[in-house]
Design a protein around this ligand. Structure first.
Ligand SMILES: C[S@@+](CC[C@H](N)C(=O)[O-])C[C@H]1O[C@@H](n2cnc3c(N)ncnc32)[C@H](O)[C@@H]1O
Length: 429
């Protein structure tokens, strides 16, 4: 029997909203049930869109309903209907009737409800949108606690951060310099009429003007190219890698940066460590596709004594576990799933990992600390504290900057994800 795409979208959203699953995982399970690429694209667009605008849609629904919808599936279907009317270029009456028809047979009581609220939205759209403008959670489509955290750190820049976090991100590629040049790869893309341009600020990066499925990228399967945001591609250059060096990638899975490190210099001894065995299995698959190899260790970065052989490293990348608030535009479900409390323990864990990493670095060696966060507690404050406590650490400053220490890229700046980098040299006393 043909699957109803709107119902599938609603059921996927229930897995996120009520089941606490990530959108990536929930969608993966849904999309394998569909064969038609257009249907897949529709379900994906609706699910991402609803997560992106969840807080605004939730506000609109609260204005349209006398009492809340208790059934999770019907609530999600109402969100799916509203999202189509408010944000998608669809024929409105078809969107209403198709959403009403998507109501499961055993819940036919909900047909009138969905119909009534969607039609009311169409009638009262202007007044409702005015109400949205007076409610910060609805306007920015971010939860209240997150609005406060970002405003607290970035005051007048906060508004543009919220806006950028709600924009669909560009698809950025990293060209494998062991296999080809960026110019050559651009020509291969042009041959398939995939419009793309070079990103001047980052030597390995190409931006696609319109996203495509990874498997339609030329030579993706042979590892000529990977998908990685520009901000994440800066890590390798900052490490100043040289032939023969011993490099530690701490917190490495799923190996986006490990792979880039190995592509940039083929004479390195690279050790990649992550605490999560499942994510580490993906490291193996990813490196295999690229025909690269590193020593892979499943281990706790805070306890090097349990896995480290005592041989110091010339370079260390600490891509620390973080709130990921800089990548909301790629993972809008973060706004739904993350809780303020989740952020309490992170700075302590990051500090412990940084301290352990420092103990494994050679004198004159270089450590790069990175997060995909935009919160000062995880970034510049973390480095400020580290510098105060470690007299053998010297910061290598950046010129372009919003931060007291390190380099803070705010979400959307130069089309990048929100990211943070600090470079620390170990002094030779
Ligand atoms: C930001 S992700 C790393 C992304 C990766 N560097 C890349 O570029 O593909 C952070 C990683 O830290 C790992 N992690 C969290 N706590 C850890 C710990 N105590 N020791 C080692 N890894 C840890 C997580 O499993 C996660 O894979």
């Amino acid at each position: 029997m043909a699957k109803n795409t709107r119902l599938l979208a609603a059921q996927t959203l229930v897995c996120v909203l009520d089941g606490g699953q990530s959108l990536t995982n929930a969608l993966e399970k849904t999309l394998i049930q569909l064969e038609n690429p257009q249907e897949k694209a529709f379900v994906q667009a609706v699910c991402y869109g609803v997560c992106r605008y969840y807080h605004r849609l939730q506000f609109l629904l609260s204005q349209l309903l006398d009492k809340p919808i208790k059934d999770a599936e019907i609530y999600a279907l109402a969100l799916v209907g509203l999202y189509q009317l408010a944000f998608m270029r669809v024929k409105t009456h078809a969107a209403v009737s198709e959403t009403v028809d998507a109501t499961p047979k055993k819940k036919s009581w909900a047909k009138n409800l969905i119909n009534a609220l969607l039609r009311r939205y169409l009638r009262e759209r202007e007044q409702l949108e005015t109400l949205v403008n007076s409610n910060p959670v609805a306007v920015h489509s971010h939860p209240k606690w997150l609005i406060s955290r970002i405003e607290n750190d970035w005051s007048e820049k906060a508004e543009s951060i919220f806006q950028a976090a709600n924009e669909p991100p560009p698809m950025v590629l990293r060209v494998n310099s062991l296999q080809t040049t960026r110019e050559n790869y651009l020509q291969q893309l042009a041959g398939l009429e995939i419009a793309a341009e070079i990103i001047e600020t980052c030597p390995s990066a190409i931006r696609l003007l319109k996203p495509v499925a990874v498997f339609s990228l030329p030579n993706f399967e042979t590892g000529m190219v990977s998908v990685q945001d520009t901000a994440a591609q800066f890590a390798t250059g900052l490490l100043e890698l040289k032939a023969g060096q011993r490099v530690l990638d701490l917190c490495a899975a799923p190996a986006g940066k490990t792979a880039h490190i190995l592509e940039s210099q083929n004479d390195l001894e690279c050790v990649a460590v992550d605490i999560d065995a499942t994510r580490m299995a993906r490291v193996e698959t990813n490196l295999q596709r690229l025909n690269l190899s590193a020593q892979l260790i499943v281990g706790d970065a805070t306890q090097p004594e349990t896995w480290w052989n005592g041989k110091l490293f010339d370079r260390i990348l600490v891509d620390a576990p973080c709130s990921a608030l800089g990548v909301i535009r790629r993972h809008p479900d973060i706004k739904i799933l993350r809780r303020a409390d989740d952020l309490i323990a992170l700075p302590t864990l990051q500090a412990e990992i940084l301290k352990a990493a420092w103990s494994m670095l050679k004198e004159d060696g270089l450590l790069v600390y990175a997060t995909c966060s935009i919160l000062k507690a995880e970034n510049e404050n973390q480095i400020e504290k580290f510098l105060a406590e470690n007299s053998d650490a010297q910061e290598i400053p950046f010129s372009e900057n919003h931060a007291k220490h390190g380099w803070q890229i705010l979400t959307g700046e130069n089309s990048c994800d929100g990211f943070y980098y600090a470079r620390l040299r170990k002094l030779n006393f």
